[in-house]
Design a protein around this ligand. Sequence first.
Ligand code: HEC
Ligand code: HEC
Length: 306
Amino acid sequence: MKKLLVSLFALSAISTAVAAPIAMEDQSQLKLTASKAATEQYHLPPLEADLPDNAFGDMVRKGHAIFVDTKRQVPELVGNGLNCVNCHMDQGRLANAAPLWGAYTMYPAYRKKNDKVNTYAERIQGCFQFSMNGTPPAADSETMTALTTFSYWLATGAPSGVELPGRAYPDVPKPEGGYNLAQGKKVYAEQCAVCHSEDGLGQKVGENYVFPPLWGKDSFNWGAGMHRINTAATFIKANMPLGKGGTLSDQEAWDVAAFMNSHERPQDPRLVDGDIEKTRVKFHANDGVNLYGEKVNGVLIGQGIK
Ligand code: HEC
Ligand code: HEC
């Protein structure tokens, strides 16, 4: 019963993300962001009501639709069960959940991940390839134009090249004693399983996830930023459990992030010669804190899952 109630609560909270994907009609969420922005002085993105009724407005609406309902809007580009909005919450608006307005004005930028200057389109392609375990849209495709136009619109009035408060996910320092997988398992059972389910595979209504999977074949792959325990801890601490962001201690956030990322997920698409150890050395050895290519309880992590 408790599980059902919590599930229903969360279902209504994310209804814009899963049920009514096209229109941005949920003004309650927009106001929530607005009032939070006013008190915490985050960038205030424009409201849907401000959108012009012309070709530009249509392109913004299209980008919004793709962002919140990716799997159904561009199924050929998505290889898992996720939508962009699952990690960039409240329609890409929420401060401290990697909001698009915090991202847009910071590109082009150098990225260590691929050792070159990335355009905004290339950054989005990265999330398609890894976070969505999919196929990146071409830089000049309509999908990319739509996502870029949507981001540009959310960033209206923001200064260019200035890191805004609320960008990305706030850092969570690594606990002195490191992380503890057994404690993470406990946190997971007590605070996460009710929505993401005991087996971490999420929960569906019909074809679509209402609670996204945290591991398994429909999750982000081993090349995604979220596979780093440090990155996952930052997202989780600020945003999870849903509706109770900021309630976990730093230790709990690291423990549960490590527990989540000690489970199998789709293979890193950059796999070198079909060899996990070579891939670990090339792409994971200097990529934050992660378990790819390591052994947990005698089992090699990073074997991938189809
Ligand atoms: C599994 C979670 C996840 C999903 C799904 C996801 N992303 Fe991301 N995204 C991330 C993470 C993690 C980062 C890095 C944030 C950071 O720098 O701390 C990121 C970064 C970004 C950035 C750059 C942010 C910045 O401030 O520089 C953009 C733009 C972006 N994602 C767009 C998208 C788009 C578009 C989609 C859907 C096609 C998507 N993401 C899907 C997790 C995800
Ligand atoms: C009340 C339900 C609920 C609880 C409890 C909850 N989550 Fe979530 N979680 C969600 C929903 C819904 C989303 C997608 C958010 C969106 O689309 O706006 C999500 C997204 C995520 C994501 C990013 C998307 C993905 O699938 O990779 C991660 C990681 C995550 N949650 C981890 C956790 C962890 C760890 C806990 C426990 C500390 C937790 N969640 C507790 C509902 C919940």
